[in-house]
Design a protein around this ligand. Structure first.
Ligand SMILES: NC(=O)c1ccc[n+]([C@@H]2O[C@H](COP(=O)([O-])OP(=O)(O)OC[C@H]3O[C@@H](n4cnc5c(N)ncnc54)[C@H](OP(=O)(O)O)[C@@H]3O)[C@@H](O)[C@H]2O)c1
Length: 328
């Protein structure tokens, strides 16, 4: 089969399209003929050695994907040859060969059908980001009534998922994006207020909108200098679910800023979900999206041979998911 090979922890520029042996299914696995694969920033982090995974090389990146089953390993139940399946979050693309390839071996326990009424493209890149958003929203247990939830990097994969799920949960949703056109789209996805984090007045505008309320939960995909500004917007007992760090490390912040409002900071790690937890998160996600008739947002679809261009698009800042069309 054809696959994009990463020779070492040498970054995305080292990716090369090459011929490799077809995978064979181990017990409990199936082989998918990949139709679409989803890109994630963690692919880049892994390729640069900035991710806690050390796969054997050459490695194949790609965590999300959709395809038809073309081989079944011993002991697989509930799936048949020809079935179209979607990968929930697994080790695929992390420690085992991923979906930037014509075929991929996946644990059968981590496969789900395409949700009714969704296109293949909507489904292909959805599981990882929606399950992440679900963990970011639920990891604190019950949230205050009329919860105010602020989302940074709201136009990205996790951001769109968080915006839609928080809206479906009845939260007041504040979505941050640096792009005017993406802020307009976020308003149509359920954001009650959109703000530009580069606007020095964004916190004052937030205050004017919320009047005597403050932010109960922040979902942070960005880190960097924005992080301390987020702390400033939080309510008594406010929480930050730390998902990503696209703007790099937080330059400095005074831990005293946590005392007086009893603020809590909690990391999100989708890799810690068991297959059962991932299935539960996915089922709940589908119920919530059905309530508001929401669908995943696809930013762009790139030909299999154009993976570097697809990563360049992701780096620019997408609106939703960036996909690779793998099948010929
Ligand atoms: N902890 C976990 O389990 C987990 C799971 C999934 C993802 N993640 C992490 O979460 C983060 C977001 O993932 P994603 O898939 O949503 O990313 P994404 O699709 O690339 O989108 C992120 C958005 O953030 C904004 N952005 C990008 N770079 C930025 C920068 N340098 N400064 C400020 N804003 C920037 C862009 O929005 P605008 O251009 O509209 O401002 C972009 O659309 C990544 O760091 C990823 O690795 C973590």
């Amino acid at each position: 089969m054809q696959a994009w090979l990463l020779p070492s922890l040498s970054g995305l520029s080292a990716l090369r399209l090459a011929e490799v042996p077809d995978p064979t299914p181990q017990p409990g696995q199936v082989i998918l003929s990949v139709a679409y694969a989803g890109l994630n920033p963690a692919d880049r982090y892994l390729s640069e050695g900035q991710y806690p995974a050390r796969p054997a090389f050459p490695h194949i990146l790609g965590r999300d994907g959709l395809g038809n089953i073309i081989a079944l390993g011993e002991g697989v139940r509930g799936h048949a040859l020809g079935d179209k399946r979607l990968i929930l979050r697994t080790d695929v693309g992390v420690n085992t060969w991923g979906t930037f390839a014509e075929e991929v071996a996946v644990a059968a326990e981590s496969l789900v059908p395409v949700p009714a009424g969704w296109t293949d493209q909507q489904a292909a890149g959805a599981p990882l980001v929606y399950i992440t958003a679900y963990q970011a929203l639920t990891q604190w247990g019950p949230l205050p009534e009329n919860c105010v939830t602020l989302i940074t990097g709201a136009s990205g994969g996790v951001g769109v998922a968080s915006t839609q799920l928080a809206h479906a949960l009845g939260h007041t949703v504040i979505a941050l994006s640096r792009s005017e056109s993406k802020r307009q789209q976020l308003a149509t996805l359920g954001a009650n207020l959109t703000l530009d984090p580069a606007d020095t007045q964004w916190r004052r505008k937030l205050k004017d909108f919320l009047l005597n309320r403050r932010v109960d939960l922040a979902i942070d995909n960005i880190g960097g200098s924005l992080f301390s500004e987020l702390l400033d917007t939080l309510n008594m007992n406010g929480r930050i679910s730390v998902v990503g760090r696209l703007a790099g490390p937080v330059p400095s912040f005074n831990t005293a800023s946590l005392f007086f409002r009893r603020l809590r900071i909690g990391g999100v790690a989708i890799g810690t979900y068991t297959p059962d937890e991932s299935h539960h998160a996915w089922k709940t996600t589908l119920k919530l999206l059905a309530q508001t008739n929401a669908r995943p947002v696809v930013d762009s679809i790139h030909p299999f041979t154009q993976l570097p261009a697809a990563f360049a698009r992701l780096e620019q800042g997408p609106m939703g998911k960036v996909l690779l069309a793998v099948a010929k």
